[in-house]
Design a protein around this ligand. Structure first.
Ligand SMILES: [Zn+2]
Ligand SMILES: [Zn+2]
Length: 689
């Protein structure tokens, strides 16, 4: 007798197949079992989904292909994992099988039972007997936070009827959030549970990895991130799935780790945009962490000094419980914020300086005292554009609506959108003039200018260019920690969780750009970046008072005023009031429909019709929805492809979800009517607009 099974298989998104497919099997297979099945002319990997409870119909019309192979040696993927994948596929409007297979380690597809058995027999290296770090004593705020998480842990043991609310751990930089995570993790581990810790970027948080490894030296910790080899990723994933690993530390993809004994989820720097996947299924790992915790009835801790406004609003509404760490550990003070008003600075005779005179004096003072300084400039390269002063030529990218950035040391002009590079011309390609001029300033140029302004100072630079070679980032960070650098220049990479003990001055060289951006989230991101950068200074009370400098043309701006007082709640309240009156998230739900084509008009026509269909579906259901006109994003052409986007907005998340579900088949059908359309995609809860 043959059984009919529902199986999630890897169907491409454009096929429009959203759910699982029917296959036949001689044996009953538990949901979550990995199988190989035929699809078209290929054989693909699949996961058995809902139990097929109907026996095979006897009529001859049932022509369903049989399952080709079963990976029986692997324990089935559990119901909580399948629920998470089902939810994510539905919410982010992707195919079930596409998402399920995309979040499993790719090597799993190559595995058969024999290979699995060999892998299992391979002896694990015996754990080296390392003495675990002793936890330091907690201050009263930390102790209160740990106690709150502990009570959520016991509420979420599966027996309780109450669901612990998500916990927001709002702690200023240096307040010891990590120690709270470690204590909470220790409690979950002691209760026999697994712990999942998410970080935005594993390379930028080496200290958290080290601390976890040292504190839990007697436990098995695995990492999951895109920097692993395929074999490592499979090995780590299997350790989590079989329950051998007690702790999983990973980036956004780790939210889909199969963990049968999961007891606690921690999302560090929960506001960080890296938690949003920017291609394929554009999921938010932070939001899925909250969903997964609710679904599995376990506590989730969202930690940040500058929480996302979505999270902050939910805490204001009482849907999340807020835990506050207001003081820095060890009596270290927050840096004093000083604004340099460019309007008040005397105009120099020559070209404008990167560093205003008072900031230069402050840097010299640090040098004399043997203290370190950090200069933040969120733009890499030497200069954003090369310019001919006689004819006006500029170094535009031939493939994009963007400039090619001048990289002086490499002697290239490179586009940061399509990576097209060209040698720096000796003379103007348009008029032959030799007087080419670098306009504006990137980190490479700032480094060069600092060397002139501060003779004898040891200048270091950390950005995506200077750390491309393997191991280079770690080496450069190590040099800063070892005191071999006096002044560090860097992009936002250096603003993240590094614990620089000798740093007493942080300066944002040119932060104004984001104040007047068309992206409504730009101020939120700027505030978070500056607060985080400020947090690099004065972490060691013994080093004396520290300072955060901002060079600005707009010293009266409310964002800087809130920053000066380290007043995130005030900043958040102002921003939330603006968002509420403008009907923006978190007071509305958004989805962005994107379309790419060689010809911008093709993309626009597709979007316009798609928007009309969405409005029609909304009208059918009586759902409130606005489809805005299709527009070009700020960089409208990338790699010879025109990009367009259309915003769908609804005051209700449920209504938007309903419309997306209803309109998705319309859009798949619509695609064939628009020849020349390269691709289209839906981005639910988009971050960049
Ligand atoms: Zn010219
Ligand atoms: Zn380009």
């Amino acid at each position: 007798m043959s059984l009919r099974l529902r199986i999630a298989v890897e169907t491409p998104q454009h096929s429009g197949l959203a759910g699982a497919l029917d296959y036949a099997s001689d044996q009953a297979l538990a949901p979550g079992t990995l199988v190989r099945v035929p699809l078209g002319r290929r054989e693909v990997c699949g996961v058995v989904w809902d139990p097929a409870d109907e026996p095979a119909p006897t009529d001859a019309g049932w022509a369903v292909k049989p399952v080709a192979a079963v990976l029986g040696g692997l324990p089935p993927l559990g119901p909580s994992w399948r629920r998470l994948v089902s939810f994510a596929a539905g919410y982010y409007q992707r195919g079930l099988g596409e998402l399920a297979l995309a979040v499993l380690p790719p090597e799993l597809r190559l595995l058969d039972d024999a290979a699995l058995e060999r892998r299992r027999r391979r002896k694990r290296r015996a754990a080296t007997a390392v003495e675990a770090d002793r936890p330091p004593p907690l201050n009263p705020e930390q102790a209160a936070a740990v106690a709150a998480i502990a009570s959520a842990l016991s509420a979420g043991d599966g027996l309780a009827t109450t669901q612990p609310p998500p916990l927001l751990l709002h702690g200023v930089t240096g307040s010891g959030k990590t120690e709270v995570y470690l204590h909470a993790a220790a409690q979950a581990l002691a209760a026999g549970r697994q712990v999942l810790v998410l970080v935005p970027e594993i390379n930028l948080t080496p200290q958290l990895t080290e601390r976890l490894a040292r504190r839990f030296a007697d436990r098995r910790l695995v990492t999951l991130h895109s920097g692993l080899t395929p074999a490592q990723r499979l090995q780590h994933w299997l350790a989590a799935h079989t329950g051998e690993a007690d702790l999983v530390l990973g980036t956004r993809l780790a939210i889909f780790a199969s963990m049968p004994r999961l007891g606690l989820i921690v999302v560090d720097e929960e506001h960080d945009p890296s938690y949003k996947q920017q291609e394929g299924a554009r999921y938010s790992a932070r939001d899925l962490a909250v969903w997964r915790a609710q679904s599995e009835r376990l506590p989730v801790v969202l930690g940040s000094a500058t929480p996302s406004l979505e999270t902050w609003q939910r805490a204001d509404e009482g849907r999340y419980r807020r835990l506050t760490l207001a003081a820095r550990v060890g009596a270290a003070a927050l840096p004093r914020v000083r604004l340099v008003d460019w309007n008040q600075c005397p105009k120099p005779k020559g070209p404008p300086s990167a560093i205003a005179p008072p900031l230069l004096d402050a840097l010299r003072l640090r040098l004399q005292r043997g203290e370190q300084s950090l200069l933040l400039l969120n733009r890499r390269g030497y200069a954003p554009v090369l310019h001919c002063t006689s004819c006006g030529w500029k170094s535009g990218c031939p493939h994009c609506s963007a400039w090619q950035v001048f990289h002086k040391a490499e002697r290239v002009l490179r586009c940061h959108h399509c990576a097209a590079a060209a040698r720096v011309p000796q003379a103007c390609p348009q008029c032959g003039d030799l007087d080419l001029h670098a306009m504006g300033r990137g980190t490479e140029r700032l480094e060069e200018q600092l060397a002139e302004l501060l003779p004898g100072a040891r200048i270091g630079r950390i950005d995506a260019d200077s750390t491309r070679a393997k191991g280079e980032l770690q080496a450069r960070l190590q040099a800063v920690h070892a005191g071999e650098v006096d002044v560090l220049v860097g992009t936002q990479m250096v603003a993240k969780g590094h614990d620089f003990r000798r740093m007493t001055l942080v300066a944002a060289v040119n932060p104004d750009g984001a104040l007047f951006s068309s992206d409504f989230r730009a101020p939120e991101r700027l505030f978070a970046l500056l607060m985080q950068a400020a947090g690099r200074a004065g972490r060691d009370a013994a080093m004396g008072p520290s300072e955060m400098w901002l060079q600005t043309w707009h010293p009266q701006h409310a964002l800087y005023a809130a920053l000066r007082d380290h007043d995130y709640p005030r900043f958040a309240a102002t921003q939330l009031a603006d968002r509420r009156s403008a009907g923006l998230p978190p007071f509305a739900s958004l989805a962005l429909l994107r379309a790419d084509a060689r010809d911008g008009a093709v993309a626009e026509a597709f979007l316009t019709e798609a928007g009309r269909q969405a409005e029609a579906r909304a009208a059918e259901a009586g759902a409130a929805l606005i489809a805005y006109p299709a527009v070009a994003p700020p960089i409208s052409r990338v790699a010879d492809t025109e990009r367009r986007q259309l915003l769908l907005e609804s005051p209700s998340r449920a209504a938007l979800q309903h419309v997306l579900r209803a309109a998705l088949p319309d859009w798949h059908a619509l695609r064939s009517q628009h020849r020349g359309l390269a691709r289209w995609a839906v981005d639910v809860d988009p971050l960049a607009i």
